[in-house]
Design a binder for this molecule. Sequence first.
Ligand code: CA
Length: 217
Amino acid sequence: MRTLQIDDRLFDYLQAHAVREHPAQTALRAATAGHPHAGMQIGADQGQLMALLVKLLGARRTIEVGTFTGYSALTVALALPDDGRVLACDINDDYTRIGRPFWAQAGVAHKIELVLAPARDTLDARLAAGEAAAYDFAFIDADKVNYDVYYERCLSLVRPGGLIALDNTLWSGAVARPAEDADTAALHALNRKLRDDARIDLALLTVGDGLSLARKR
Ligand code: CA
């Protein structure tokens, strides 16, 4: 059986019967809804899946590449123990500042270290500081042409048995058509690379806009 089509009625059913959110998550989604790039925010169902994975991993140290207005960082932080940490990488203060009051509202601001710099530099600095294999989970959701750069860094930073989640790997279906832009070409090339990458176990979920899960062997 193929993944079923989610029409509006079924989407609403899922929101009503399967989604659990902290009030700060609901409020942050509402605060982002009118944003011109609101479509960059992950869905509540995907956040709930990521929170479950973080708990299954027993994760304490996590990475996020691409924070936008902070919903996914908030969601992962809520799933972590009190001494857990999210290294949140972004370059846009205008976006991330929208989320910070909600991190505080949820009482998890102390778990989120936001670094406003190119993620490649931030991740390289962590590797240079001896943090290879020091992380349990990474979520990659930033500029698509650099996904492979982020994936390789995160694969070094995550421990064996740790998990890397890559967002938008189906790219509204565009990956299955001849690539007409650099983003689509990069995601298609990465999908092929992940399929053949013996360093990981792989599942590409048809959740949201496609979510690839890569478990480091
Ligand atoms: Ca995304």
